[in-house]
Ligand binder design. Structure first.
Ligand SMILES: CC(C)(COP(=O)(O)OP(=O)(O)OC[C@H]1O[C@@H](n2cnc3c(N)ncnc32)[C@H](O)[C@@H]1OP(=O)(O)O)[C@@H](O)C(=O)NCCC(=O)NCCS
Length: 174
């Protein structure tokens, strides 16, 4: 298996992966969101990584830019979405993609990463709720709104509401 950046020509494979992985209920909206984010100038800079095996894309992770309202902090990202194809789940691929993404963002000088997801899963990769960044909408499960710093100490100095890419700033995704 190799991990590499996705190509502009691979959008259709990514759409299919998210459609199939997220299933009937969420597949349509997550696959649409993925393509919109890849094409959204306000999501830039972004990091889009895939895991590939036997020339097949088996997993995808996307990190897109965020800023904090009324705050100068740069180098913020949000992780969304992440999908590992059904046949390949529970073999460490998701965890490896998250770690590779975090390592690459850190190398590029990123400061922090946010995620809205299952705390039981994302806490295994270092995400936690001990931060002061507010989501753009009120959430039914606040414990699912997590962050981690890539630069020691940055989260202690950031408070305010996050501003995501336009494509992600829709109520249905929160
Ligand atoms: C959730 C998902 C990304 C996990 O990817 P994965 O490759 O199957 O997970 P991994 O094998 O890397 O698991 C890493 C660890 O998390 C645990 N884990 C896996 N899925 C989990 C889940 N749903 N809840 C809690 N823990 C989970 C594993 O046991 C493993 O623990 P360990 O390191 O102690 O052994 C994948 O199942 C998926 O794509 N699901 C459908 C789409 C989705 O829900 N995406 C996430 C929301 S954006």
């Amino acid at each position: 298996m190799i991990i590499r950046q996705s190509l502009k020509t691979e959008k259709e494979q990514l759409r299919k992966l998210h459609l199939e992985t997220f299933g009937k209920e969420e597949g349509d909206s997550v696959s649409t969101l993925t393509i919109q984010l890849l094409e959204d100038p306000t999501a830039q800079p972004l990091l889009s990584l895939i895991a590939e095996k036997n020339n097949q894309i088996i997993a995808h992770i996307l990190f897109t830019k965020v800023t904090i309202e009324d705050h100068q902090t740069q180098g913020g990202y949000i992780l969304a979405p992440l999908a590992v194809s059904k046949e390949c789940q529970r073999s460490g691929i998701g965890k490896k993609l998250i770690q590779t993404g975090l390592d690459q963002l850190k190398e590029q000088g990123a400061n922090f990463v946010l995620v809205l997801g299952d705390p039981a899963y994302y806490s295994l990769s270092g995400f936690h709720t001990n931060h002061q960044i507010k989501p753009p909408y009120e959430l039914p499960y606040p414990e699912a709104w997590m962050a981690q710093e890539l630069m020691p100490g940055v989260l202690a100095n950031i408070s305010g509401t996050v501003r995501c890419a336009d494509a992600l700033n829709e109520r249905e995704y929160w």
